[in-house]
Each structure stands twice: as C-alpha cells, then as structure tokens.
Design a protein around this ligand. Structure first.
Ligand SMILES: [Zn+2]
Length: 234
C-alpha cells in the first residue's frame, strides 16, 4: 500500500507539471489554427487522454494477440519490454513499433533493481536500450523498473541514459489471477485525464478485458494515447 502511494506520488511529481502544459493529443486537429490560448484548450472536454501500458513482453503467444486486439479496437498503447525477451522475439518488437505503439525499457533481466549496484542497474537499462535500438532503429524514451521497485540509484541511472521513468496510477492487478470483469472494474472505476494503466502481456483475462475497458473508457469520453503522445506532444 505504501509502495503504491509512492508510485502514484512519483508519477505526479515527475509529470504533472508537464501534463499542465500539455496540449491535447487526440483533439488537436479540432483546435482552430492560431489558437494559442492554453487555458481554453485545457477546458476542451474532448481532451481526456489516457494510456494503456503492457509490461513484461514480448510474449510469444500473447503479445501478437494483444496487438491484433488493439488494431481491432483502433487503440495505441505502450509496451515495457524485457531486453532478454526482446532479443528472443525481435519480430514481435518490430511489429509493436511498426504498428505505432511506444516501445519502452523494462530492464534486461527483469530483476528487482533496488537490490543491484549502480553499475549493474546501468547495465540493465543500457543493454535493454541497445537491443530495442537494434530492432526498431530508435532508443526508447521511457523506462519502468520491474515491479515498480526503485531507489535513487535506479532513477539516477535512468536519467544518465536519458530515460524517463514512468510508473502508473491505475494498477489492473491482472497478474494476480482476477477475472476479466474485475480487471475491467479496477481499471475503469477511477479513470481521470492523464491516467497511466498497468497491464501485462501473458494473461488471457487481460485480453478478454481489453474490449470492455476500451468501450467503457471511450463512452466516458476518454481517448487512448501512447506515452510518447501523453508526455511529449505538447
Ligand atoms: Zn515487469
């Protein structure tokens, strides 16, 4: 519970100033050219951007199925990939990238980084970065330490490599074995503009929950964007 509070805190401390400056992503084309009144833009009710994030892939079976589902739903998402798995399944990483989703760094080995030395942490981030760059042609912008476990060394090493740590403020708890209905309820009960939702590659119920999550969020006026769109396009 304490850890969750810290995760929530860090995402807001790190990114809330950016969100305040942010221009709408999905509603952007609706803004009359030359309208630079940021305050007015923030009042635009069409601006309710949220981001789905999938951790722990690429998974040989589930990631392609998630990608198929996202394509059907016309939704872009972000994938925090484990370097050693990315190396095993480069074709899936390439597909994630080519279909317009954001590819992010989830370390090389998926170890608890709080237990590692600074140089080992640096190695974990750097190796995953290089594997992703080799496959997609570009370095990731965002990283997330496995399990959300971090300390100053983890953040400092990420910063050294130009990586922005992104946690989440809605945990679907899809990896705890809960039903698809419960995943949908957990995700959609507390949505707010700028929400970052934690999901995982590798669970049938996550896949089953996706269409309802998207339908419910869209019915509340939310648009799904990648982390790149959420944090960079302003
Ligand atoms: Zn993970």
């Amino acid at each position: 519970m304490r850890t969750k509070k810290y995760q929530l805190l860090i995402i807001y401390l790190l990114f809330f100033p950016l969100l305040l400056l942010e221009r709408p992503v999905m509603g952007y084309s609706e803004i009359p050219p030359g309208n630079t009144d940021m305050y007015a833009v923030k009042q635009d009710t069409t601006y309710r951007a949220i981001a789905l994030t999938f951790d722990d892939g690429p998974h040989l079976c589930y990631t392609p199925r998630i990608l198929d589902e996202l394509k059907k739903l016309n939704v872009k998402a972000s994938f925090f990939l484990v370097g050693k798995l990315a190396m095993k399944h480069p074709e899936i990483v390439r597909r994630i990238h080519e279909e317009g989703h954001t590819v992010c760094n989830h370390s090389y080995n998926h170890w608890n980084m709080k237990r590692l030395s600074y140089s080992r942490i640096l190695f974990e981030w750097r190796l995953c970065n290089e594997i992703i760059e080799k496959i997609t042609g570009s370095f990731p912008e965002f990283c997330r330490p496995p399990g959300g476990n971090y300390n100053n060394k983890v953040l400092k090493a990420a910063d050294h490599l130009g990586l922005i740590p992104v946690f989440w403020n809605i945990n679907s708890e899809d990896c705890s074995g809960i039903s698809a209905e419960k995943i949908v309820r957990r995700v959609t009960a507390s949505l707010e503009p700028g929400s970052v939702i934690l999901l995982h590659d590798g669970f049938e119920n996550t896949l089953l929950a996706l269409p309802s999550i998207v339908a419910k969020a869209k019915s509340q006026g939310y648009s799904f964007v990648t982390l790149h769109q959420l944090f960079r396009n302003f």
